[in-house]
Design a protein around this ligand. Structure first.
Ligand code: IPM
Ligand code: MG
Length: 381
């Protein structure tokens, strides 16, 4: 009989593989009516096929309800080219991060990153921190519109249209590079709306708009203005805004002054690492990449090649990503059970991975969380 949910299972490489196995133990302990379908993705497919996110995996994602994703190694252009299979070299293949492509291809415009300090975690910056980052996930400096070398036509246009380009105009095409930061009104509004809707439906009091509009006037100015327009529809939620640099200091100093943060793509990337570190580091940072039709859940951390295969990595971030997936699929009951189990294991402190000062393996942590799942009855079904 076919299952209710088809879930793409994309471990990737490095520690992605191990943390996903551990998260699976937790999911399998729930009776979610789901089949998990493996998808090829990761560095090895770049080396052997010249594509880390092959077309068959893109097809798979068109036919699933949701996906879980582990982590993928990415390397700078020259290093990536060097590892290609000999027959693929010199063909002009360009490595682009598969997760960034996935976000753009499926219009997963919300990057939701809850950062909550679970009591008893020795890594908490302060107890009871509970922040939620809404990161715009498809545009900004991640648009992928980049030039290196810079074509003559582009330099000519910039020279004509932009006074501040003058110091760069005499440079040869190889002597500089240009990455375009592109932000749209609609893209800025929809991420802001997602943040405010979340705040309203989750009893959050405040949304902080993160930007650098005093310097990056065009794009960040637009983001700030559009987000403020959206804010006007939510008089019940407090609004403030902060520059990306200042928020780094303020968050560390007064984390309890903040609640929900909304930011363009790159600032959201940065601020969400900071927030994750305040609640235990990347072993605790989880993400949802959410669009209208598809959502992909992942730990915020990367593939940590140096830890790969050692069963050291903390799988809690991935387990919490699975929790987010259950919320998104409409199974708040199961999501609550996972979160309560994580909270319990962290509070008890008997099973800790190396990052928490313990010696438990990735799988031991996964099993500990699965064993701590309360019976269904305890949560009213
Ligand atoms: C993240 C990561 C990715 C990003 C990398 C792996 C491309 O840092 O999800 O935050 O920059 O978005
Ligand atoms: Mg990041």
């Amino acid at each position: 009989m076919s299952k209710k949910y088809r879930i793409a299972w994309l471990p990737g490489d490095g520690i992605g593989v191990e943390v996903m196995e551990a998260a699976r133990v937790v999911l399998d302990a729930l009776d979610l009516d789901a089949e998990y379908i493996h998808g090829d993705i990761g560095w090895e497919y770049w080396c052997s096929e010249g594509d880390s996110f092959p077309p068959r995996t893109i097809e798979l994602l068109k036919n699933v309800h949701a996906a879980m994703f582990g982590a993928i190694t990415s390397k700078p252009a020259r290093a990536a080219e060097a590892e290609l299979a000999p027959e693929l070299k010199g063909r002009g293949l360009v490595y682009r991060s598969p997760i960034v492509r996935m976000r753009q291809l499926f219009d997963l415009y919300v990057c939701l990153r809850p950062c909550k300090a679970y009591a008893g975690n020795p890594l908490n910056h302060r107890q009871a921190i509970d922040l939620v980052v809404f990161r715009e996930n498809t545009e900004d400096l991640y648009a992928g519109v980049e030039f290196s070398p810079v074509p003559r036509e582009l330099a000519d246009v910039l020279g004509r249209l932009a006074g501040p380009f003058a110091p760069f105009a005499p440079l040869g095409p190889d002597e500089y590079a240009v990455s375009c930061k592109i932000n749209t009104k609609s893209g800025s509004r929809r991420i802001a709306r997602a943040a405010y809707e979340f705040a309203r439906t989750h009893g959050r009091k405040k949304v902080t708009i993160v930007h650098k509009a005093n310097v990056v006037r065009a794009t960040d100015g637009l983001f700030l203005e559009e987000a403020r327009k959206v804010a006007a529809d939510y008089p019940d939620i407090q609004t403030d805004d902060a520059n990306i640099d200042a928020i780094g200091m303020w968050l560390l100093k007064n984390p309890f002054n903040y609640d929900v943060l909304v930011a363009p793509n790159l600032y959201g990337d940065i601020v969400s690492d900071l927030c994750a570190q305040m609640v235990g580091g990347l072993g605790f940072g989880c993400s949802g990449n959410i669009g209208e039709k598809l959502a992909v859940f992942e730990p915020t951390h990367g593939s940590a090649p140096k830890h790969a295969g050692k069963q050291k990595a903390n799988p809690i971030a991935t387990i919490l990503a699975a929790k987010m997936m259950l919320d998104w699929l409409g199974h708040a009951d199961m999501a609550r059970r996972i979160e309560a189990a994580v909270a319990e294991v962290v509070r008890e402190g008997k099973v800790r991975t190396y990052d928490m000062g313990g010696a438990a393996t990735t799988m031991e942590m996964g099993r500990a969380v699965a064993d701590a799942l309360a019976p269904v009855a305890a949560f009213g079904g």
